[in-house]
Design a protein. Sequence first.
Length: 117
Amino acid sequence: MVTSRRGLSSLGCLVMLLLFAAVGYFSINIGEHYFRFYQYQDAMRQEVKFAAHNSDALILRHLRERADSLGLPEAAGEVTLQRDGRHIEVESEYYVHIELPLIVREQRFNPHAEGIF
């Protein structure tokens, strides 16, 4: 005897796949901003590491160029640099507009690097 299947398990699987795809799609949007933030912070750490060989103006120019190449907002290129003897501190602050379904948010990023050379 053959029984007919209603197909509810297939529909449940399809809904779960659709849900995972939607979460993945919106996670990529947020993850991209964080990835750029980490790349920019890494560039700051590199500049701090070689601060003994570079002037303040050159460090600021490199960081402005890096912020521009990463596609960060203009405010990211406004870097604060402080030297005190052999200690250097580099910092910036910028906001990114993130849109998700039902949520619109301004996310603050504050890349920072400091060290002794």
